[in-house]
Design a protein around this ligand. Structure first.
Ligand SMILES: [Zn+2]
Length: 123
């Protein structure tokens, strides 16, 4: 989980042990197999299509980014896309890194936008 800290600092909490992840002790990652599956499933939907409630349930859910210490990662060495927490541990870095991530065609199939909304909710 990524949360607001004091000033422009962001805090990363390990989804395994719940303790803070800093420096090179861990990373943020997303399961690319799940992302690719979500992309394939969503490909049958048109961008401007209005979905009925029944069809909405078939639309793939956004794949969740996770935060783990290297030692707490339940799937170490997986083919996940990952980056070190120091890439975006402040608001300016988060802005820069989000710009980088937005160049990835698959980003929309992850919950990155939800993370941004949650971090900035009461800003
Ligand atoms: Zn941990």
């Amino acid at each position: 989980m990524i949360k607001r800290g004091p000033g422009d600092v962001l805090i990363f909490e390990c989804d395994g042990c719940g303790k803070a992840v800093t420096g090179s002790a861990g990373y943020v990652h997303v399961d690319m197999a799940e992302v690719n599956e979500a992309a394939d499933k969503s490909a049958v939907f048109k961008d401007d299509e209005i979905l009925s409630p029944e069809v909405m349930t078939e639309y793939p859910k956004a794949v969740a980014w996770q935060v783990h210490h290297e030692a707490c990662d339940p799937r170490p060495g997986s083919g996940d896309y990952w980056f070190g927490v120091d890439r975006c541990d402040t608001w300016p870095k988060l802005t820069h890194w989000t710009g980088h991530l937005m160049e990835k065609s698959w980003l929309a199939h992850t919950n990155w936008s939800s993370i941004l909304c949650a971090i900035g909710e009461d800003a």
